[in-house]
Design a protein around this ligand. Structure first.
Ligand SMILES: Cc1ncc(C[n+]2csc(CCOP(=O)(O)OP(=O)(O)O)c2C)c(N)n1
Ligand SMILES: [Mg+2]
Length: 469
């Protein structure tokens, strides 16, 4: 039982073992899970790709059935979407149930697989890579955040506490899957090979940054890595993701779109438009909500009265699952299973990760003004996804204290180096402000460029000296 924002919630390994037993084998003898009791893993084989078929769905999905076996016209109505039975009782659907949707979890707080839990076994190479990337992301966040505090960057925000969601999701996808993120998911790019220099160049707005200084820091994007550029207005990426997924469907691609939103993003109309579009068009898109408790200073209790976000899937006819977002193995397994269903069945999916935003919303925020330091500390130290995963990796004999020291030293050096280089790199030239949108610039842009150049000439002391004119 874990307490999550004032209400008790059962965390369970609830993908039913009876259902998936045929594809699961005993782990006995491979050394993992030592001293953690009995558990079972699923072999990592994905069935061959097939269109519009039920993959593991029949196994993993709990159907809600209502009795409709009486054919009498007075007993029911054939209606678009399926037969609806009549009832003489005037009954309202309850706004909520006492039993909240349980949360799929594999590793307990000590990094031990929960007995009976079912998950995709991760091999040593992948597990160590995941752990290394989670730590690198944490170090990048710490140093970039400090650089902002020193006035070297205009803005930054961290993914602290949400490293498992970032990295394990990325690891569960393939490079062909297209990402539409919110902004707290840079770990996906890190996993895909975006370099620390590229992160630094974007944040420092250098001439080498992919956006040529035209976006705020942390608004990353990469065509090479199938990662659409982050966009500030919350949730606008969700209907776009539904459209992009529909294009994959039309092209018969064996890939899906993965679209992220925060809990706050679900209060935007675009969240609802995106989900409904995807459901109706049967678009292969996985919507992922990082429910981290806060939308800047607004707690989730002021965002919605439903049982979180997961229940909204069913309202739109979208399959959904709630997952412990601080459990790397649960995130990895759930995203892999969801991806397989999304692609094979050509339908959307909603995944709600329960997690916590450990850092301030951004460098423009001081979260101690609206939440207690105890709450932050509890999540920072007691529920860190990195510590939990490390315990599991160590227990498997795949990681040592020496490797930990080396990794942290090395990552710190690389991040500092990337920052130092970016800090000294030239800014993009003024003309870049006006390029890359139109083949031939419209007259109003030509006018604006001329006017800007004249203004700089007149008031050069008010403009940055390091921007080539
Ligand atoms: C349409 C729109 N409204 C408001 C904002 C200001 N804003 C930026 S982030 C944010 C909170 C988003 O919270 P959430 O979706 O939970 O993401 P988190 O920061 O917790 O990761 C708000 C309100 C915005 N960027 N766009
Ligand atoms: Mg949030």
């Amino acid at each position: 039982m874990a307490h999550w924002f004032g209400r008790s919630r059962t965390i369970t390994h609830f993908l039913k073992t009876k259902i998936i037993s045929s594809s699961y084998r005993s782990l006995a003898g491979d050394g993992s899970g030592k001293a953690c009791g009995i558990f079972r893993e699923k072999s990592a084989v994905i069935p061959a790709f097939r269109r519009s078929e039920s993959a593991r769905a029949g196994d993993l999905v709990e159907a809600v059935t209502y009795s409709d076996d009486d054919d009498d016209e007075n007993q029911g109505l054939e209606f678009p979407g399926g037969r609806v039975t009549f009832t003489p009782q005037m009954k309202f659907i309850a706004e909520s149930t006492d039993n909240r949707v349980p949360c799929y979890r594999v590793l307990d707080n000590n990094g031990c697989p929960i007995p009976g839990s079912t998950f995709d076994q991760v091999d040593k190479e992948t597990a160590v890579k995941m752990y290394r990337k989670m730590v690198t992301l944490q170090i990048m966040d710490t140093i970039f955040y400090e650089a902002q505090r020193q006035g070297r960057l205009s803005f930054y925000l961290t993914s602290t506490g949400e490293e498992a969601i970032n990295i394990a999701t990325a690891a569960a996808l393939t490079p062909d899957d297209i990402l539409f993120t919110q902004y707290r998911e840079p770990g996906i790019l890190l996993w895909r090979g975006f370099t620390l220099e590229e992160f630094a160049n974007q944040c420092f707005g250098t001439k080498d940054g992919h956006g040529k200084g035209r976006q705020m820091p942390i608004h990353y994007g990469s065509k090479e890595h199938n990662f659409f550029t982050v966009s500030s207005p919350i949730a606008t990426q969700l209907p776009q993701a539904a459209g992009a997924a529909y294009s994959l469907k039309m092209a018969n691609k064996e890939a899906c779109v993965v679209a992220f939103t925060g809990d706050g993003g679900t209060s935007e109309g675009d969240f609802h438009a995106g989900l409904n579009f995807a459901a109706v068009m049967e678009a292969p898109v996985m919507f992922i909500c990082r429910n981290n408790g806060w939308a800047i200073s607004t707690p989730i209790s002021d965002q919605f009265r439903s049982d979180g976000v997961v229940v909204k899937g069913q309202a739109y006819g979208i399959r959904s699952i709630r997952v412990d977002g601080n459990d790397t193995l649960a995130v990895y397994s759930a995203v892999r299973a969801a991806r397989e269903m999304v692609i094979t069945e050509q339908k959307p999916m909603l995944v709600e990760f329960l997690t916590y935003r450990v850092g301030h919303h951004s460098t423009s925020d001081d979260s101690t003004k609206y939440r207690s330091s105890n709450e932050i500390e509890q999540w920072k130290t007691g529920r860190s996804p990195i510590s939990r995963f490390r315990k599991w990796v160590e227990r498997n004999g795949w990681w040592s204290d020496e490797e930990e020291t080396e990794l942290r030293k090395d990552a710190r050096k690389q991040v500092l180096n990337a920052i130092q280089v970016a800090d000294k790199t030239e800014k993009p030239s003024l003309e870049d402000l006006f390029t890359d949108v139109y083949d031939s610039p419209p007259s109003n842009l030509v006018e604006q460029e001329k006017s800007l150049r004249e203004t700089i000439k007149r008031h050069h002391q008010d403009f940055p000296s390091d921007v080539p004119i």
